[in-house]
Design a protein around this ligand. Sequence first.
Ligand code: ACM
Length: 266
Amino acid sequence: MKIGFIQTNPEFGQVEHNVSRAVDIVESTDADLIVLPELFSTGYLFPDRRILSELAESVPAGPTFRRMSDLAKSTKTIIVFGIAEKAGDKLYDSSVCVAPEGCCHIYRKLHLFAGEKSYFDPGDLPLRAYEVNDCTLGMMVCFDWIFPEVCRVLALKGAHVICHPVNLVLHYCQDVMRTRSIENQVFTITANRFGTESHSGKVLKFTGRSQITAPNGEVLAKADESGESIQIVDVDLHLAESKQVTEQNDIFADRRTRFYKDILSS
Ligand code: ACM
């Protein structure tokens, strides 16, 4: 299966421009599964909740969802993208999966990062793995990476590949995702953006270096810190079905869960 990421540099608030650029790139790419960055259509640094509310869109009724869903059908590609989602009076930092057959799966970021807490609502949907065509995929968004429970739950639910739209500003994530791959024996696709955004004297520089990792921790593809990048690799996602790391060790079967109960207390 050909899986990949697209690293872009969205212009804040320029939804039509950002989506059109992503559509052009996907149309020129031959892949089965493509992941786009977090908030790829709007940009990241919302000055306040009112402006976020103006830019957020409903899923599946909104125009960005409909364009991406049509694109999945016309290019026969499963596409995962990050979007500011409006659902009633709630605003979520969501990841959406669309596929040629017209499915729509939504994940809403559980762990909000820094200033996001002042304008987004925290996600309210369970972590799930979705069977889409030949692969079972899980979704998480950006800062969820620092909570190992998220990848673990997705892998326990059967995800072969963790699709991870991000807008990273810290430098640790890409290294950590190699570990997430090894400890869960899954593939990961971290689709980051590059460039900077600023507002009221606050400047954010996004770290690029989008990447794909394999269950053995190998980095199969990596983008530069800056610049648009489209990288596709051909992998056997079924390699993620075995959790056997030695003849005697299946890392899921070997878990001693009764000793881990503390991680579930607040
Ligand atoms: C982040 O969660 N966008 C850093």
